[in-house]
Design a protein around this ligand. Sequence first.
Ligand code: ATP
Length: 254
Amino acid sequence: MTPLLELSNVRAGYGHSLVLQDISMSLHEGEIVCLLGANGAGKTTTTRVISGLLAAGSGEVRFAGNNIAAVPAHRRVDLGICLAPEGRQVFPNFTVHQNLLIGSYSKTARQRRAEKFEQVYGLFPRLAERRAQKAGLMSGGEQQMLAIGRALMGCPRVLILDEPSLGLAPKIIIDVYETVAAIAKLGLSILFVEQNVQAALMIAHRGYVIANGRIAASGTTAELQSTSLVQEAFLGTKTGTGRAPPGPARLSAH
Ligand code: ATP
């Protein structure tokens, strides 16, 4: 089956600095896929290439079977590629409702605005309660919910979440990820970026590990948990000695 989103041998960077060396990954309809990596590994850069904020120097980004290299970022939102960026980036002086409204500027989203407001307020009752409050006065967890809600207002087929757990308390991280799992049940495909592997593996079906701009490993959630790479680099345990189950390195090397 053709993936909904596919990156093939993507190279990209900033000026003369090449960050993504050769990224290939895919996301199928209805899948939840995580992209794991340490600080500076290239996770956010990958989300920028997918959402069209940064052009790939070479390689292909395909959406629903079509090469979208020439499609600008705002048109990608129209296609259904919606990003909740790292650090939330809500508009602090706008109300919750106004922030959500900003997420629904595309043609498709404008037509479905009332329906999407109902969906987002249903998923996030806290946002409904606080709809008239300035976003800057919301807690970190609430602002994360708002950033996800704003992306949902764009009517995504692919929802991209860049480090939704960043800076949040463990209890709030669980709340956020429970809501992401509920969103996935609506039939969306979700690609999310994380450094917090335990949070990521709670809900992902599959994942990739990125290191120094290259895909270092990939596999199902169970495969990722059992590899020494993930255990040592992220979980702070060693193969066969820690919380994650022991087992051979079953990741497919790239
Ligand atoms: P983090 O979790 O810390 O955000 P990341 O995996 O998302 O890390 P990126 O933000 O993609 O990493 O950064 C990858 C590399 O690209 C880093 O070396 C970073 O310094 C560099 N980089 C990121 N943004 C820019 C930019 N706008 N201009 C130049 N270099 C950049």
